[in-house]
Design a binder for this molecule. Structure first.
Ligand code: APR
Length: 311
């Protein structure tokens, strides 16, 4: 029997994630949105593409009917409002907090064994909301940020050096925001650290572009935020879980003393398998890197405090 994945939010990120899951035939997909008709329409459209794309995964849409998500193995939550030009991810906090709470409760009641992958922004704070609302153990609540941030860094490295993206590997820690911590010494091309392939100035420029990767796209699109790379990143995490791959990917996970941080969702390397976050990989950081991670953790803590005030 095929696995089952539910995607909540049938907007740009959610519908594209549903498409990628179906086309890779990773699972049958349920697409849920608050809007009438939209999830059913997009699901039917995807089913009609199946003969051409050659997959047999089913895709169904449901408007607010969480019973369809029953016993899902993985749930990707993209419900919320996206950023508009001039808005930071943090500006979304109050609105998306309410939405995240409602949808998490709805899905946790019918899919009590699922692994949740949170995509809605501000990401790290939304992971806290989903964690509290679901009552799930820490290993089954993860946030998608690091895979996207490191994919952006990898794309920029490949463009800079005119090499295949497949040769690139990038390492990003921290929150999904201006304080994210790309680690150049662990970012490589065919195993060679980029610190040996580029000047510090060029590395700094790529790091800066990575930090602003989301805003760069919002500035171009004007009416929404990025969705091709975010959906690809969420589906890479879903695939690792659905196939129990034990793949190490940078994800937002709730730390329990690792990196000297407790009870906070923040981006770290995580081993992903059927149980969700099966291990948090701790690496030795330099003093500067530690300071940057702590700075990022402080920013996330600030948002979690704001959540408490709003809640
Ligand atoms: N229940 C279900 N779906 C909801 C709810 C809710 N309570 N509230 C909003 N939605 C749906 C909207 O109807 C919309 O279809 O969430 C969808 C969001 O889709 P888009 O507006 O297209 O936003 P998208 O670009 O997909 O981004 C979604 O991901 O990257 C983050 O910052 C981004 O938080 C945003 C999220």
């Amino acid at each position: 029997m095929r696995k089952k994945a539910t995607v909540i939010g049938a907007g740009n990120v959610g519908a594209t994630a549903a498409m990628r899951i179906a086309e890779k035939e990773l699972a049958d997909v349920v697409l849920i949105d608050i809007l009438e008709g939209v999830p059913a329409g997009k699901a039917l459209d995807l089913m009609e593409a199946a003969p051409i794309e050659k997959h047999d995964a089913s895709v169904i849409g449901a408007s607010g009917d969480y019973s369809q998500a029953k016993d899902s193995d993985v749930v990707i939550i993209t419900a919320g409002i996206p950023r508009k030009p001039g808005m930071s991810r943090d500006d979304l906090l109050a609105t998306n907090m309410g939405i995240m709470e409602t949808v998490t409760k709805g899905v946790a009641a019918v899919a009590p064994d699922a692994v949740l992958i949170i995509v809605s922004n501000p990401l790290d704070a939304m992971c806290h909301v989903a964690y509290n609302a679901s009552g799930f153990p820490k290993n089954r609540v993860l946030g998608m940020a690091g895979v996207l941030d490191s994919a952006r860094f990898r794309a920029f490295i490949a463009m800079e050096l005119d090499v295949s993206v497949e040769n690139t590997h990038a390492f990003v820690l921290g929150g999904h925001g201006d304080t994210m911590v790309p680690l150049p010494r662990f970012s490589t091309v065919a195993g060679i650290p980029i610190t040996q392939l580029m000047s510090q100035d060029r590395i700094d420029a790529l790091v800066e572009r990575t930090r602003n990767g989301g805003a760069e796209i919002v500035g171009l699109l004007k009416t929404g935020s990025a969705y091709y790379a975010p959906s690809a990143a969420a589906v890479e995490m879903a695939e690792a879980i659905l196939k129990d791959k034990k793949k190490i990917l940078p994800c937002a996970a709730c730390l329990n003393g690792e990196y000297g941080i407790t009870d906070l969702f923040i981006g770290v390397p995580v081993k992903l398998g059927a149980k969700g976050a099966e291990q948090i990989i701790e690496i030795e950081l330099t003093d500067d890197e530690k300071a940057a991670l702590n700075h990022s953790a402080d920013a996330v803590r600030g948002l979690v405090e704001d959540l408490k005030r709003l809640g």
